[in-house]
Design a protein around this ligand. Structure first.
Ligand SMILES: *[C@@H]1O[C@H](CO)[C@@H](O)[C@H](O)[C@H]1NC(C)=O
Ligand SMILES: *[C@@H]1O[C@H](CO)[C@@H](O)[C@H](O)[C@H]1NC(C)=O
Ligand SMILES: *[C@@H]1O[C@H](CO)[C@@H](O)[C@H](O)[C@H]1NC(C)=O
Ligand SMILES: *[C@@H]1O[C@H](CO)[C@@H](O)[C@H](O)[C@H]1NC(C)=O
Ligand SMILES: *[C@@H]1O[C@H](CO)[C@@H](O)[C@H](O)[C@H]1NC(C)=O
Length: 457
């Protein structure tokens, strides 16, 4: 039986119910003359039709068996970005998600107008039943004008089986053997293996800020991080060497991110600044994938860029800071920290370490002046989150989450962000000298030297 007989039966049944309701209403309303009766008829009609329609909608999302006794033979795909045949849908990875109902949530990139209908094909072992369920396609609201954006493709799973793999297709018909199959991650319950994972989205453009990168990673480690996930589009040869070192050390996990071989990517965040297919190398999709990828293994996930470090002011590290914040904010899973610019154009002579001057990149220890707040400008925020509390994230906020969200005040922590200035014409005297970073100077220098001697020096 290759065609979806049961599914058709479902649909036919639903349509038959709708027709029966209409007949009933016609019978009831026929001949009645009074306005009251007419009103009752209309209300009844509307509610019955709506109920039937809703029932039809709900049924269409339930998984249906379409084939029995098959074998799950499609080729398993391990690439991070897989184009479907429509060239409008790009699959990143499916994740099991039973926080609301038993579903597979596929993190993807879709064209916001062209992709309207998709189906999950689940192959259940060992009996070889194939279930198809219609996906809800939820394109994230933060597309910033670009035609392509992050999307969740969410499918109800069959109740009586726990599929390990899924295929995504534009149609409920076809031959599953010819569809790429993806492993559904997060199926098995796990206990946390790390406290903090930092997600660095999209390293691109021949990235070569080696010294600042090593300093950031060493700072994260001092603050309590065990894992840094990097979505790598492209970087320099020297940077490759540093990444290899950190991968062998077990700190860094590199996720290849060849998005430019599928779409025209913008290095800007808004379509009006650079009219391409997708914004900022698909950063938002990478961040969402990173949250689900680490949902089971990491107690907290930190979403920031490689030139940003959340510096605690009252606590020595993130562990003590987060326990205190959690204690003060029960039920909170999202903690937002305020970004502050420390311009790389304003230096101090302190910590000018001569052996570091041959390494490409910025020495953050020499930049301890921060730009003052501007009137009418809200400082953007970055986040430390409990990944299990997040459904969809953006860069500076979460779009959908469970539980509360808290803005962490400036006296608890700030984001040290060393980059080109935003207020470039301010004289040095107008900046605020802030040497919080220097509290870590001795361990940071020792640790950075160790890495430099094993990689680039
Ligand atoms: C994908 O990964 C699985 C499990 O790690 C492996 O068995 C399979 O050979 C890989 N497939 C490809 C095409 O690399
Ligand atoms: C999809 O994109 C690939 C690569 O850009 C191209 O070779 C192929 O012709 C496209 N297919 C369709 C159906 O547009
Ligand atoms: C990385 O990107 C730059 C341009 O942004 C390009 O010149 C370079 O060849 C790329 N390197 C690799 C290894 O792809
Ligand atoms: C650091 O030291 C080098 C040589 O010792 C000097 O050329 C450079 O100007 C110094 N840089 C800063 C920012 O002090
Ligand atoms: C560097 O760190 C040491 C030890 O942690 C501290 O005593 C010293 O004051 C720090 N240096 C500066 C300039 O802050």
């Amino acid at each position: 039986m290759s065609i979806s007989l049961k599914m058709r039966q479902h649909k036919v049944q639903g349509q038959r119910n709708l027709h029966q309701h209409l007949d009933t209403i016609r019978m009831l309303c026929g001949g009645k003359k009074s306005y009251f009766a007419a009103a009752v008829c209309i209300i009844t009609l509307t509610s019955m039709v709506t109920l039937s329609y809703l029932r039809l909608q709900r049924l269409s999302h339930l998984p249906k068996i379409i084939q029995e006794g098959s074998r799950c033979r499609g080729k398993i795909t391990n690439s991070t970005i897989t184009a479907l045949k429509d060239n409008r849908t790009f699959i990143i990875a499916p994740y099991f998600d039973d926080r609301e109902s038993k579903t597979t949530r596929v993190i993807a990139i879709v064209h916001h107008e062209d992709v309207k209908e998709l189906y999950c094909w689940f192959c259940c072992q060992p009996n070889g039943k194939i279930y198809v369920s219609k996906a809800k396609i939820d394109v994230h609201s933060d597309r910033f004008g670009f035609p392509y954006g992050a999307a969740d493709i969410v499918c109800l799973e069959p109740e009586n089986c726990d599929p390990t793999h899924v295929s995504i297709h534009q149609s409920p018909h076809g031959n599953i053997d010819q569809l790429p199959r993806f492993e559904i991650k997060n199926r098995k319950a796990e206990t946390f293996s790390v406290d903090f994972t930092v997600c660095i989205s999209t390293m691109f453009g021949n990235y070569n800020n080696v010294l600042q990168f090593i300093q950031s990673i060493e700072m994260y480690k001092i603050l309590g991080v065990q894992k840094v996930v990097i979505y790598k589009n492209n970087c320099s040869q020297l940077m490759e060497k540093v990444l290899k070192f950190y991968m062998e050390e077990g700190t860094v996990e590199v996720i290849p991110w060849p998005i430019n071989s599928h779409l025209k990517v913008s290095s800007k965040w808004h379509f009006t600044m650079d009219a391409k297919d997708i914004g900022y190398y698909g950063q938002i999709t990478a961040l969402n994938d990173c949250i689900y990828r680490n949902m089971q293994r990491s107690k907290f996930v930190v979403l920031n860029d490689a030139d940003e470090i959340i510096l605690p002011l009252k606590h020595p590290d993130w562990i003590t800071m987060m326990s205190s914040l959690q204690e003060q904010n029960p039920g909170t899973g999202i903690f937002l920290f305020e970004n502050h610019i420390f311009p790389e154009t304003i230096s101090t002579h302190m910590f000018n370490i001569s052996s570091w001057n041959t390494v490409p990149g910025v020495n953050i220890l020499q930049h301890v002046h921060r730009e003052p707040d501007r009137k009418d400008v809200i400082n953007p925020r970055k986040m430390i989150i409990d990944p299990r509390k997040v459904i969809q994230t953006s860069v500076h906020s979460v779009l959908r989450a469970y539980g509360n969200i808290v803005n962490v005040p400036m006296d608890v922590a700030l984001i040290y962000h060393c980059r080109v200035p935003l207020q470039g014409n301010l004289p040095r005297e107008s900046l605020i000298r802030d040497t919080t970073l220097w509290r870590y100077n001795s361990s940071l220098i020792v640790n950075v030297n160790k890495v430099l001697h094993q990689t680039v020096l």
